[in-house]
Each structure stands twice: as structure tokens, then as C-alpha cells.
Ligand binder design. Structure first.
Ligand SMILES: Nc1nc2c(ncn2[C@@H]2O[C@H](COP(=O)(O)OP(=O)(O)OP(=O)(O)O)[C@@H](O)[C@H]2O)c(=O)[nH]1
Length: 164
């Protein structure tokens, strides 16, 4: 659990780290079900891990709820000397999937806060209606009620008087 502040709103996020190994796949798929945001992470020093993203992305498509927000991450950016995946290649894949992309390093703390903040932002944007309610903006039902009043036999501009 972590609390972060996005656009002046304190958001408590619950973070799950799925196991990458094949033998845990059955359990991993259960994680997707209630996810609102997902990081697809590869290791920039492993071309193989990059190739696996296609499989992760297809699992996400299959098991995660519609509208789940996704970001592509190339981790271990501190290991430049071992790099096998050029940054441009990560960007390219992210573009194909329509995702944001970050290179991060859990070791040197590169882009960790930024990527979590961005994913949280995307999730909040996807739940804008609930967010507006939190901020106290007028809700859709209020508008619906106003429209109803406008089509009332007394017309839209009739002052709202008390009939009792
Ligand atoms: N240099 C470097 N090493 C990292 C970084 N992030 C993780 N590691 C190392 O990579 C190894 C694997 O890290 P994990 O966090 O277990 O990776 P994982 O993808 O969760 O692994 P699974 O649980 O098997 O799916 C560990 O030795 C970490 O210390 C990083 O940003 N830079």
C-alpha cells in the first residue's frame, strides 16, 4: 500500500507484484481481474525479457478488465553497459500498444515516482466521473434532473416555486 498525491488528491494505491515465472501463471492471471493499472516491465539488459512483453500484453488483454490502464517500463536503466534493448525499441513498442513508456531503475531510483504517479493519473482520468464527485463538481444525475425540468409542462424558465 502506498499513498501518493496526484492533482491535489491523496490516492491510496495497492501494488501487487506478479511472479514472472511460467509455473506461477495460473495465480498471476488472477491478479489481473481487479487491476486498474498495470506496468508491463522488461529488463533493458535482456532482449528475452523484452520479447516476453508481447505475451504479457496478450494475457493482460485476455484477463484484465476493460479500460485497465497500462504503461510499458524498461527497468535496470542503470545497467547501461549491459544494455540489449535500445530505448527507441521500447518507445516503438509502447507506441504500437498506445502506452506511455519509461525507462526506470529501481537501483538508482530513476523514474520510479514519475511512473507510479503517471499510472495513477491515468487510472484517475479513466474514473473521471467518480473523481469529479470527490471534488464536489456537479454530478450527471443533477444535469439529468435539470433536463427533466426543462421539458416539464411549465417550461424551462418557470421559477421553481413551492406548491405546498
Ligand atoms: N541493476 C539493477 N538491478 C535490479 C533493478 N531492479 C531489480 N534488480 C535486480 O534484479 C533481480 C530480480 O528482481 P526482482 O524484483 O526479483 O524481479 P522480478 O521481475 O519481480 O522477478 P520475478 O519475481 O521472478 O518475476 C534482483 O536481483 C534485483 O536486485 C534495477 O533497476 N537495476
Amino acid at each position: 500500500m502506498k499513498t501518493i498525491e496526484v492533482d491535489g488528491i491523496k490516492v491510496r494505491i495497492q501494488i501487487w507484484d506478479t511472479a514472472g515465472q511460467e509455473r506461477y501463471q495460473t495465480i498471476t492471471k488472477q491478479y489481473y481481474r481487479r487491476a486498474q493499472g498495470i506496468f508491463l516491465v522488461y529488463d533493458i539488459s535482456s532482449e528475452r525479457s523484452y520479447q516476453h512483453i508481447v505475451k504479457w500484453a496478450s494475457d493482460v488483454d485476455e484477463y484484465a478488465p476493460e479500460g485497465v490502464q497500462k504503461i510499458l517500463i524498461g527497468n535496470k536503466a542503470d545497467e547501461e553497459h549491459k544494455r540489449q534493448v535500445p530505448k527507441e525499441q521500447g518507445l516503438q513498442l509502447a507506441r504500437e500498444y498506445g502506452m506511455d513508456f519509461y525507462e526506470t531503475s529501481a537501483c538508482s531510483n530513476l523514474n520510479i515516482k514519475e511512473s507510479f504517479t503517471r499510472l495513477t493519473e491515468l487510472v484517475l482520468q479513466a474514473h473521471r466521473k467518480e473523481l469529479d464527485e470527490l471534488r464536489g463538481l456537479p454530478r450527471a444525475p443533477t444535469l439529468a434532473r435539470l433536463e427533466e425540468d426543462e421539458s416539464s409542462p411549465w417550461g424551462a424558465n418557470t421559477p421553481k416555486t413551492c406548491w405546498c
